[in-house]
Write a protein that binds this ligand. Structure first.
Ligand code: NA7
Length: 548
C-alpha cells in the first residue's frame, strides 16, 4: 500500500519539481518585459499569473470607467520603436478594454504567451541556503526550483476587499473594483452603494451614475480633482506622437515623474502672484496630472505654496458645486493638494446634482458593518442596497508580496520583516532574500509619483542587467548588503521627510491598512535621479550588493 502511494506521488505531475533559471511572478507591464529580457539572455524563464490573461492591473481592474491617468502615448514600452509604432491609441486617456487589448498586442508581438502559465497563483517561495535557489510552490500544487525569483507583482494589486464584518451575509452582490467580473453588470433600477472616492471610486461613480436606479456614495475623505481633457486622436495626432518616439524615449526616464512634462515653470518665489496664477490656469487647462507632477515642486515642501495651490483647486471645485453642503462634503480642507494621488475626472462633481445620487458622510459616523440588507453605520442607520461597490483600494507596495509566503535566509518571513518595518534596497531587493528581485515595490518611484511604464521598464532592465552580470561571474547568488539597504532607507526617508506628503494619511503612507508601518512607499527623489543612482550602482559592479 505504502509503496503504491509513493509511486503515485512520484508520477503525479503535481509532485514533479521543475527547474528554471528565473521565475517571474506576474504578467503585467513589468512581468511581460522582464520575461522578454531574460528569455533574450537565453535563460530558462517562465512567468506565472493568477489571471487568465495578460495585463496585470489592466486585466483585473475592469470596472466601469477604468482608464489611464497617464497619456496613452507615454504609457508605452520605449525599448522598441517597432512595438511603439505598431500600436495606435484612439484617445489621450483610453479606457481599460483598449489598454487590455494593447497588453495582448505586446504579448503577441513579443511571442510571450508560450512562456506564461496563467490561472496559477504563487503561494510560497522559500530560499534554500544550501543550493542558493528558491523553491516556489503554486496553488495547483506544483513546485519549481529556480535560481532567480522576480516579483513583478504590481504596486496596487492586493485589493482590500474584506473590510467590514458581515460582508458574507449581504443578500445582494458586492464587488471590489479590482475583482470586477468579466460580464457586464446591469445596474438598471438598482440601489447601489459606493464606498471609496479615490481615483477608482471617482471613475466608477461618474460612469454609472446615469445607469443606476439610485446611488449613495459614502464619503470619508474628500478629494482634490482635475478635470480630464481627453481628445480623440486623429490619424495626424497619432503620426505626430509616433514621430516623437526618439525624443520621448530619451525624455521620459529623466523627468521627475516619468511623464513628458516636468517642473519647468520657474521658481514659485521668483514669480508675481499674477504670474503664478497664469501658470496654474494654463496648466489646469491641460486637463492632465501636470498640475500635480509638473507645476511647482515647492507645493510638496512649502506649506504656504501648498495652501495657495490647494485654494486654487478648491475655487475651481466650488465653482462647479451648487450646494454649500456639497462643498463642505466634497472639497478637501485639511490636507494639501497633491499630498496623495490626485484623480482626473469627467463631470464627477456634477454627478452629485443628479436626483438619483446622494452623498453620505461617514467621517464622523463610520460604516460599521454589512447587513443582509445593506450598510449599517455607527449610529445604527441602515442604508439598503442591491449592489455594494467597494472602491476601497489596496494594500499598496508591500501587499502583493506579503500575501505570498516568502522566506529568505534562516527562514525569515518577508511578511514579518515588512510587518515591523518596510525596507528595501532601491525598491528592488531586500537584505536577507538573495536572488529575489522586485518591481513596483516600496521605496522606488512608483504609481504614486511615476508613470508606471517608465519606472517599470527601468527597473526590469536594471534587474535583467544585474542577473546578466551575476551569470557572467562565478557567483550564483546576489543579495543587497545590510549597509546598502540601510543607506537607501535613510536616503529615501531624508527626502520623504523633507516633504509635506508624509503628513497626509493615505495609501502612500500605508495608513489605509491597520497596523502597517508608516513610511512613504514611493521614492520622491524623482525618476531621473533614481535612475541615475541605480545606474551608478551597476556601473560600480553592483556596489552594495554581495555576490557569492
Ligand atoms: P484609494 O486611493 O486607496 O481610495 C480608497 C477609497 O476608499 C478612499 O476614498 C477611502 O477613504 C475609502 N475607504 C476605504 N475604507 C473605507 C471605509 N471603511 N469607509 C469609508 N471609506 C473608505 O484606492 P483607489 O483604488 O481609488 O486608488 C488606488 C490607486 O490605484 C490610485 O491612487 C491610482 O494610482 C490607481 P479614505 O481616503 O481612507 O478616508
Amino acid at each position: 500500500m505504502a509503496e503504491t502511494a509513493t509511486l503515485e506521488k512520484q508520477t503525479d505531475p503535481k509532485n514533479k519539481v521543475s527547474s528554471l533559471d528565473a521565475l517571474v511572478i506576474g504578467a503585467g507591464v513589468a512581468g511581460l518585459y522582464e520575461l522578454y529580457q531574460l528569455r533574450g539572455q537565453g535563460l530558462n524563464v517562465k512567468a506565472f499569473d493568477a489571471a487568465s490573461g495578460v495585463g496585470g492591473t489592466w486585466y483585473w481592474n475592469r470596472y466601469p470607467g477604468a482608464k489611464f491617468d497617464s497619456e496613452s502615448y507615454i504609457y508605452q514600452y520605449l525599448f522598441s520603436e517597432e512595438l511603439y509604432k505598431g500600436w495606435s491609441w484612439s484617445e489621450r486617456f483610453p479606457g481599460q478594454p483598449e489598454i487590455e487589448r494593447w497588453m495582448n498586442y505586446v504579448a503577441d508581438k513579443l511571442d510571450l504567451r508560450k512562456d506564461i502559465q496563467f490561472n496559477t497563483t504563487i503561494t510560497s517561495a522559500h530560499f534554500n541556503e544550501t543550493t542558493g535557489r528558491w523553491i516556489v510552490t503554486t496553488d495547483s500544487g506544483e513546485t519549481i526550483d529556480t535560481q532567480f525569483l522576480i516579483g513583478c507583482t504590481g504596486m496596487l494589486s492586493a485589493p482590500l476587499s474584506s473590510m467590514f464584518p458581515g460582508q458574507d451575509t449581504f443578500k445582494g452582490r458586492i464587488f471590489h473594483t479590482a475583482r470586477w467580473p468579466r460580464e457586464p453588470i446591469d445596474f438598471t433600477g438598482k440601489r447601489v452603494g459606493v464606498i471609496g472616492i479615490g481615483a477608482t471610486g471617482i471613475q466608477v461613480i461618474q460612469t454609472i451614475a446615469d445607469k443606476v436606479g439610485h446611488m449613495k456614495v459614502f464619503v470619508r475623505t474628500p478629494q482634490y480633482i482635475i478635470p480630464m481633457q481627453n481628445p480623440k486622436y486623429s490619424e495626424a495626432d497619432i503620426k505626430a506622437y509616433k514621430d516623437r518616439f526618439e525624443y520621448l524615449a530619451k525624455r521620459l526616464p529623466t523627468t521627475f515623474s516619468g511623464f513628458e512634462y516636468d517642473f519647468e515653470n520657474g521658481a514659485w518665489a521668483d514669480l508675481t502672484p499674477q504670474q503664478r496664477l497664469d501658470t496654474l490656469e494654463r496648466i489646469w487647462d491641460d486637463g492632465s496630472l501636470q498640475l500635480w507632477l509638473a507645476s511647482f515642486s515647492e507645493m510638496f515642501f512649502d506649506e504656504q505654496v501648498s495652501e495657495e495651490v490647494s485654494e486654487f483647486v478648491r475655487r475651481k471645485m466650488r465653482a462647479r458645486l451648487k450646494d454649500p453642503k456639497l462643498c463642505d462634503l466634497l472639497i478637501p480642507t485639511d490636507y494639501g493638494f497633491g499630498t496623495h494621488r490626485v484623480p482626473l475626472e469627467t463631470n464627477y462633481l456634477e454627478v452629485y446634482h443628479r436626483p438619483n445620487v446622494e452623498a453620505v458622510s461617514v467621517k464622523d459616523n463610520p460604516i460599521k458593518e454589512v447587513t443582509p440588507e445593506g450598510l449599517k453605520l455607527a449610529d445604527g442607520t441602515v442604508h439598503e442596497f442591491d449592489v455594494i461597490i467597494m472602491a476601497t483600494g489596496f494594500d499598496a507596495g508591500s501587499g502583493a508580496l506579503t500575501r505570498i509566503d516568502i522566506r529568505g535566509r534562516e527562514g525569515r518571513a518577508l511578511k514579518e520583516d515588512w510587518g515591523r518595518d518596510i525596507r528595501t534596497a532601491m525598491g528592488m531587493q531586500v537584505h536577507g532574500y538573495p536572488n529575489l528581485f522586485m518591481t513596483g515595490a516600496p521605496l522606488a518611484p512608483s504609481a504614486a509619483l511615476c508613470n508606471m511604464t517608465t519606472c517599470l521598464q527601468q527597473q526590469t532592465e536594471w534587474i535583467a542587467d544585474c542577473i546578466k552580470h551575476v551569470r557572467s561571474t562565478n557567483a550564483t547568488v546576489i543579495e543587497a548588503s545590510k549597509e546598502f539597504e540601510d543607506a537607501w532607507v535613510e536616503h529615501h526617508d531624508s527626502i520623504a521627510n523633507a516633504t509635506i506628503v508624509t503628513k497626509t494619511n493615505s495609501w502612500y503612507m500605508g495608513s489605509n491598512v491597520e497596523g502597517k508601518p508608516r513610511r512613504l512607499l514611493s521614492y520622491i527623489g524623482g525618476v531621473g535621479q533614481y535612475r541615475q543612482r541605480c545606474k551608478d550602482v551597476a556601473d560600480k559592479g553592483y556596489a552594495g550588493f554581495i555576490m557569492q
